[in-house]
Design a protein around this ligand. Structure first.
Ligand code: MG
Length: 423
């Protein structure tokens, strides 16, 4: 992370014209110090997660030859089928709306980038934060929150549907790749980080992984970092995507302090800059500020509490990765703006409504007639039904639908319900 460079002095419409030689901007002392601190051989702090203090995997395995515990977790996530499907899943915009929008895959990569920067600056385990960030959305349904709400409604009498818990189901049991075990057999710390929220009722059934929700413990700092990096990433990229989709405008955003200030700076420095560049310049400044502020505030909180181990972090009673009060208020202001102007925009609402209908119709039709399910999903249903009766049967349908991408769900709905599609 470097400080924002001063403009070159020359003002041109396309600031990056390749023919013009730009004056090299030297880093300030501050950013040079930070860069030194971020040397690749940085030292893990006592409160960071480490291979030695890991609570291990569900199934015992020999250690990897060249990789640490959390590197291996990250690699397993990247090679999973659920990770690849994130490319065709979305949060606010349906996947086929355009190639320029974020998908859950690019979102997860952005979260990982932000999380790694924070983790490294604080002397935390960067591999673990990265593994959690890349895995955190694996359990997301098609169509983002609309899909999750619909499945939750249909699963009401069977413990509901929570996407964080679904991500754990994916890595613990739904991925089928390894000879010796089901799932990815990730470390406790990665699974702890993936399970960001959990109801008490579900936590009680999860054994050691659910305990912290029952006795008020915190997850490790790497999980806290991934959690907050998720929020930073999606708030800012929703601004970017919302502008691109013309659901919100630069004028609307003037009511948001964290946007207004960098916007004024950028437009004063480059009055003729093309709008897309202005937007990017502003958003990168917003992210940069929030991340640098978060690192400073969190380092102070850690220093004050002085945890000697990851277990001290877990017992700290409150998160130690946090924004300052001022930054937190600005963050909330941006979230409120997005809720009112983007997530409740009539075009988004229209899409949400259709998405809900698709997911609910698929759930109902599979419940009525399991012969519509492909073989592996039917086998999965038979297994869960044997163990859990009607609840298992419903869970298998939720697993199948949650695994669908946006476009697969739309196509499947078409195949089942459209009279003109007879195959
Ligand atoms: Mg996310």
């Amino acid at each position: 992370m470097t400080s924002t460079p001063a403009p070159s002095g020359k003002r041109s419409k396309s600031a990056g014209s390749p023919r013009k030689k730009h004056r090299q901007v030297l880093p300030t002392r501050n950013s040079a110090t930070l860069a030194r601190r971020q040397d690749t051989m940085y030292e893990l702090k006592a409160y960071a997660a480490s291979d030695d203090s890991s609570r291990g995997r569900i199934h015992e395995e020999p250690e990897a030859i060249m990789r640490g515990v959390f590197q291996r977790d990250r690699d397993r996530v990247i090679h999973s089928a659920a990770f690849r499907r994130l490319e065709y899943k979305t949060q606010v915009f349906v996947n086929h709306e355009g190639d320029m929008f974020r998908t859950r895959l690019t979102h997860s990569i952005e979260v990982a980038q932000i999380a790694r920067t924070i983790a490294r600056a604080l002397g935390l385990n960067e591999d673990l934060s990265e593994a959690i960030a890349l895995a955190h959305d694996l359990g997301h349904t098609p169509f983002g929150h609309a899909g999750q709400d619909s499945l939750n409604k249909r699963m009401h009498e069977y413990g509901g549907f929570e996407h964080n818990l679904q991500s754990v189901r994916v890595v613990d049991m739904l991925e089928e790749k390894y000879a010796a075990f089901t799932g990815l057999n990730l470390s406790f710390e990665t699974r702890e980080g993936i399970l960001k929220h959990c109801s008490r009722a579900n936590a009680a059934m999860l054994g050691p992984l659910g305990e912290r929700f029952l006795n008020g413990e915190q997850p490790g700092l790497e999980a806290q970092v991934a959690n907050i990096a998720d929020e930073i990433a999606y708030n800012h990229h929703d601004v970017d995507d919302g502008l691109r989709a013309e659901l919100i405008s630069l004028d609307d955003l003037q009511s948001v302090e964290s946007f207004r200030e960098p916007f004024a700076e950028v437009t004063e420095l480059w009055p003729d800059l093309a709008e897309r560049r202005v937007i990017h310049e502003v958003i990168r400044r917003m992210i940069n500020r929030q991340v640098l502020g978060l690192i400073e505030t969190s380092q102070n909180a850690i220093d004050q509490r002085a945890p000697g181990s990851i277990d001290d972090v877990r017992a700290a009673g409150a998160p130690l990765i946090l924004l300052s009060e001022n930054a937190s208020n600005r963050h909330l202001e941006l979230k409120r703006f997005l809720r009112a102007n983007l997530y409740r925009h009539y075009r988004v609402h229209r899409m949400t409504l259709k998405a809900a209908r698709i997911v609910e119709a698929l759930f109902d039709v599979f419940s009525d007639d399991a012969r519509l399910l492909p073989r592996p999903a039917r086998d999965h249903m038979a297994d869960l039904e044997e163990a859990d009766g009607a609840a298992g049967r419903a869970r298998a349908i939720a697993d199948y639908i949650a695994g669908m991408t946006d476009r697969f769900a739309i196509a499947e709905h078409e195949r089942i319900f459209s009279a003109s599609t007879l195959t």
